[in-house]
Design a protein around this ligand. Sequence first.
Ligand SMILES: *Cc1c(COP(=O)(O)O)cnc(C)c1O
Length: 452
Amino acid sequence: MHGFNADTEALGEAILRYVENRMRLHPVPLDGPRTLEQLQSVAGNTITTEGMGGLAALKLFGDELALACLSSDHPRYLSFIPCAPTEAAVMFELVVGASGIYAGSWLEGSGAVFAENAALRWIADLAGLPAQAGGVFVPGGTIGNLSALVTARWAARSRRQRSGSTAPGPTKVASHQGSHSSIRSACDVMDAELVGVAGDEHQRLNGDNLRAVLEAEGPETFFAVVATAGTTNFGIVDDLDSVAKVCHEYGIWLHVDGAYGGAGLAAPTVRHLFTGIEHADSFIVDPHKWLFAPFDCCALLYREPALGRGAHAQKASYLDVLTDAQWNPSEYSIGLTRRARGLPLWFSLVTHGTHAYTAAIEATLEMTRFAEAEIARRPYLEALREADLSVVVFRRHGWEPADYHAWSAEMMREEFAFVVPTSHEGETVARFAIVNPATSQDDITAILDTMA
Ligand SMILES: *Cc1c(COP(=O)(O)O)cnc(C)c1O
């Protein structure tokens, strides 16, 4: 089973050929879900006492199972947030997998940690965070948000303890009512109370509305404010500057959730929307969303990494050899064992240079403007609001919810496009999230034409 022999060699060639063939397809097939019964009948019991051999297993995967998985890098996959990694990043996943790297500690993975930290530094610089800022790549925005909020509460509690106070610590988090579901979930995990703040006339969290809620509830009861830099449903960026000023005034931790939109920091045409982000105490962005890295990858950054360490470093006798003087990524988030999930992003950044990233993000923003113009030009369609970033939400006049669902299901069945409806204030509407530079004007118009 272990050891490189003729079988391994044949399998290696088959795997490389498989990867090459998949990467050469433009576009890749969209594919789609199958039922459990269908998969049972084509794949059956795959795990047997003697094994089926690697070539047969690869064939089974390629001929059946892979076809039952949507390609999130398809140019007409515009639902949720697509994932459109660069070829360089995808290929480097193979290298990471083959390299036996444990990336939780400097002792074990210093070369990988060094490279991951360079990628984190690039992001920190885009946000204007200070030189000491740092963090870790975690699996996704959900874990990133939770890890940041745990740190925020730890920081508030330790400050209280240092001041000699025995009063109970703060237990609340404030965010715009439209913040991501993972903020609610993090508060549930932490048994913290999430207090919603109404948006301004642009549906953004701003300093005035935040201040009113903090004053009404008692600012000392809050350990964090979460601002969103690009909501998932609409791409709305909160008024970070005014929010940061209020957080500073009350001494409350500011966490910025840029899981989707944070990539806009690299795009000069929208960079101004993020003014104030440089004051964040913590910040996340998912490179698997709009920074062209493969799943699953979230960059978590702290202004003061020592606070992340205070909250998250695990103490166990078998970990004693990992000394305090070294940068151990595991000490900055929930989780101990970790793979070097930041390396594909790093490799692609090093390969292409950062200008290529700016150009690719700007191209998706231009395609979003094109989609908005096409929607405006069609009398049967209407956008709900102007897009801040690369998400367009629009209605088809005269359609009931069932019409949207039937339209979406039909496009999926034909493997034509993956565009699921969303809802806004109770209304079912259509939505495009455009983060794939391969999405073309033809893709946009072809989909819109089906709504005529
Ligand atoms: C996607 C998203 C998350 C959650 O990130 P995962 O990587 O899916 O866990 C959190 N916040 C926002 C704004 C998002 O768009």
